[in-house]
Structure formats: structure tokens, C-alpha cells
Design a protein around this ligand. Structure first.
Ligand code: 13P
Length: 255
């Protein structure tokens, strides 16, 4: 197998779990696990816990991110949060267009493209999530759906900015269902994503991180990370417990 040159990113998306004090306790445990100098670690707590988690993780090299953002600096947007606010709280990454945002809160690709852009403008790293639903998958539409999500989601990103973007492929049918895509299925879509990125941005595509998400667990992490175009994972449920998350962080890349 060709040596993988992209530094892997293991990211935890805590979704709507953990109060600030629970998140702080978890961050303390995370601080104690063995570190690896060949991979990056990121946790995305709920907004209310970002500052606390950032503080506990200072000097550890572990990154902290937000799960969402509103694409404006400030304004009359009751209940929303701005890039300036999450940045000051300590966010370095921001998840944009997670399928739960798309499905439950009706976010569309146009709106998501504004989030991606503003996150870059504020010097943070967007993680643009793409992925098909079960129905789209069964109808053989996976490639079309993912291509459209990428093309619109990234349309405001310049050639210069794309190096600071992370893509996450999360097939909706694999999220929280225990049904993960097989490593080969994921690899096929990841390699397609890289091809689209290459058409859009040229050779830089070979250095863009493409994460897989959807029922990533200690039992499947090594096989997933062995695939050529899987450069990390976005983990939901298994990132909430220190045992499973630390096993995922410690994946064996020579599997
Ligand atoms: P699960 O790992 O719980 O399937 O969630 C995946 C996900 O949505 C990460 O963003």
C-alpha cells in the first residue's frame, strides 16, 4: 500500500450530550490518555462547554471545535451563535452541514456554503459534512448527492482557502444506527470525493483530509484507517466514553 502522507484527524462530535461540568471531567480524562505525535485529536462539545474544555486541554495539543455556527458576525438572530463568539470561547474547528442539521433543521447547501466561508474568514477550520440518505443510497444516487453537496458547499471557498477545509463523509444510514459503511464502501466514496475536489481545486486535493463518520467504533477503526483515502474519522456515540474514544485515537495504522 502507498504510504499515507496526510496527518490523520480523529474527531469526536458530542452532539447534545454533556453539561459543562461533565465535559470538563471528560476533558480531564482525555488529558491523561497516551499521546501520538502522528495524528491530531479534536473534540466538539456543545457550545456551553467549549470554553471549559479548551481550558482543561490547553497545552495538550488536543483541538477543540464547535458543532455549528450562524453565518454572520453578530445581529438579531435569536438563539444563534456567531463565529466570533465560538472563536473567543476557544473553537479551532467548526462542523458545518452535519446531516442532523440538514434533516432536522432543514439546512440546505447554500446556507451551509455561507457557514464554511465565514468559518474560514475567522481563521477556523470548517469540517464540511456530506453524505446520502438510505433512500438515496438504495436508489444509486450516492455519487450525485455527494457531488452536489460538495460543489455547492464549497462554492465560496478560494483555491487558497481549500487547504484549510476538512471534508467528512457521513452516510446518513450509518449514523447512530450501528450499521457502518464497510471500509471498502467508504473508500469508494472517499476516492470519488477526492476526484471531485481535484476537478474543483486541482492537485491540492491530494492533501485534503477526508474523514469518515457513521458508527465508528473500536471494532472497526483499524480497518477504516487502513483505507487509502480515509484520513480520519468523525465519531459520535463512541466519542462520549473515554475507553472507546481512546481506543479509536490509538488506532493501529499498520493493520
Ligand atoms: P455515530 O458515531 O454515533 O454513528 O455518529 C456519527 C456522527 O454523526 C458524527 O458526526
Amino acid at each position: 500500500m502507498r504510504e499515507k502522507l496526510i496527518r490523520p484527524l480523529i474527531a469526536g462530535n458530542w452532539k447534545m450530550y454533556k453539561t459543562p461540568s461533565e465535559a470538563e471531567d471528560f476533558a480531564r480524562e482525555l488529558r491523561e490518555i497516551p499521546k501520538f505525535d502522528d495524528r491530531d485529536i479534536l473534540v466538539c462539545p456543545p457550545f456551553t462547554a467549549i470554553a471549559k474544555v479548551r481550558k482543561v486541554l490547553d497545552q495538550t495539543g488536543i483541538f477543540v471545535g464547535a458543532q455549528n455556527v450562524y453565518p454572520a458576525e453578530e445581529g438579531a438572530f435569536t438563539g444563534e451563535i456567531s463565529p466570533k463568539m465560538i472563536k473567543e470561547a476557544g473553537a479551532q474547528y467548526v462542523i458545518c452541514g452535519h446531516s442532523e442539521r440538514r434533516q432536522i433543521f432543514n439546512e440546505d447547501d447554500e446556507f451551509i456554503s455561507k457557514k464554511v466561508k465565514i468559518v474560514l474568514q475567522y481563521g477556523m477550520i470548517p469540517i464540511l459534512c456530506v453524505g446520502e440518505t438510505l433512500m438515496q443510497n438504495e436508489a444509486g444516487e450516492t455519487f450525485n448527492v455527494v457531488e452536489a453537496q460538495l460543489k455547492t458547499g464549497l462554492k465560496k471557498v478560494s483555491d487558497n482557502e481549500i487547504k484549510n477545509v476538512v471534508i467528512a463523509y457521513e452516510p446518513v444510514w450509518a449514523i447512530g444506527t450501528g450499521k457502518n459503511a464497510t471500509p471498502q464502501q467508504a473508500q469508494t466514496v472517499h476516492s470519488f470525493i477526492r476526484k471531485i475536489l481535484k476537478e474543483m481545486f486541482g492537485d491540492i486535493a491530494s492533501s485534503i483530509r477526508i474523514l469518515y463518520g457513521g458508527s465508528v467504533k473500536p471494532e472497526n477503526i483499524d480497518q477504516l484507517m487502513a483505507e487509502q483515502d480515509i484520513n480520519g474519522v468523525l465519531v459520535g456515540g463512541a466519542s462520549l466514553k473515554i475507553d472507546s474514544f481512546s481506543r479509536i485515537i490509538g488506532f493501529n495504522k499498520n493493520h
